[in-house]
Design a protein around this ligand. Sequence first.
Ligand code: 6PG
Length: 230
Amino acid sequence: MSLIIHEFDSPDLLTQNLAKQIMTILQQAIKAKGKASLVVSGGSTPKPLFTLLSQTDFAWEKVTVTLADERWVNATHKDSNEKLVRDNLLQGKASAATFVSLTTEDQDATTAEPEISARIDAIDSQFDVLILGMGEDGHTASLFPCSEQISAGLDMSRKLSAIATQPTTAPHQRMSMSLAKIVAAKKVFLHLTGAKKKAVLQDALANYTDLEKPIKAVCEHTTVDLMWAP
Ligand code: 6PG
């Protein structure tokens, strides 16, 4: 298990540092292979980061952006992570990036697992940068401990990179990247703010199983850079 802790005095300082690190890694990837991949999460925490990235001068046309997870709603729905990304990240300078959506027209996300898996695998076998959030129940991406699908989502031998999940403690069916796809990324950041989330993470790592607190599974399978501010 490997967690590298980076603490900042304020969310603003965290955002600036994280944006800088992301751009450096994407730049190195473009130098090495001519393109780069960036996976972001939804929720409220990353919004200021998205705004800052969107204002950053960069070869965004060489970057493909996708999500670690999506709520199974229309892309215009207020809870859509795609909408959050389109409205805040894929703006200004970053509007030149390519975005890969995790949604289809299927009623049930389960039906779309093969198609979404193929889409995300086509971006990269190992994403250059992947940024996770975490909920107070220890979920990350949409790998919810309360969902029936949690064992399948955490199964490292799972072939499909995407999994449909149905949380019982949060709204909407979801489409999530599997644990195996997440931990294959070359760089994984965990972006958290607030004392509560820090305590949840420490408690998860010390006192729970992977199935009980899926964020622990991520930390057990790869090096995670925790970016935290009060
Ligand atoms: C989602 C997520 C989810 C999120 C956490 C934290 O779509 O809900 O990607 O994993 O990162 O729930 O969300 P907050 O930043 O809103 O606390």
